[in-house]
Write a protein that binds this ligand. Sequence first.
Ligand SMILES: C[S@@+](CC[C@H](N)C(=O)[O-])C[C@H]1O[C@@H](n2cnc3c(N)ncnc32)[C@H](O)[C@@H]1O
Length: 224
Amino acid sequence: MLELGAGTGRTVLPVARAGIEIDALDIAEEMRLYLTEKLQREPEHVRKKVRILAGDMTSFSLPDHYRLIQIPFRSFLHNTGPEAQLACLRQCHAHLEPGGLLAFDVFLPSEDYMSAFEGDYEGLFRTDAPYPLPDGGFLLLSEWNDYDRQAQTVRAVHRYELLARSGGIDQSLYQILDLAFLYPHDLQRLLTAAGFTDITLLSDFTDQPVGPETRDVAVMARRP
Ligand SMILES: C[S@@+](CC[C@H](N)C(=O)[O-])C[C@H]1O[C@@H](n2cnc3c(N)ncnc32)[C@H](O)[C@@H]1O
């Protein structure tokens, strides 16, 4: 199988440990290096299941065809416009065996969700509950989102703070992400245009259909 936007291998390594061959493609050299280091700490039977590949999910060209291509953790949304989205899906289609499956997930911000973080509150960070760390400290994640409904993009600013037991901030890190957001009809249209059939959209990693409360859409589609 193939994973696009494989990152640090969060999902690649469990697949390889389960004995399945996986090609892990990512555009970012630092991510590939991190995954390489993690892989070196694995036993040989796991290491030999993984190939780390440099590439752009909109334009990659590999000699193999796969039964499964996955794009987990919303990585497909790094394609911020319809051209890039369609190009990525076309590449997936071209790299699947006939009958092969494409699986990915996207978030689905409702109108209520978007408007809750706009207007008077624009510019404020929203903070999650502190996440306890083994050394007694905490990780604090805050985020600020700016939605462009016309372009269907969101600029997400994530702030990570490592809080020491004493309450001091040991480290603070900002990450700025430009992502797309897509609605079920966009997904249907794009997948159909790229030649996919048997399109299934499920809600929040359950077997339920997408509804008004859905936050994440799990997408599956087949190459005929
Ligand atoms: C949210 S991370 C997901 C990592 C991993 N799939 C996971 O589930 O933990 C997104 C990854 O997509 C990669 N990425 C972004 N744009 C890309 C592109 N055009 N082609 C390939 N990889 C891309 C980033 O470098 C990053 O490693």
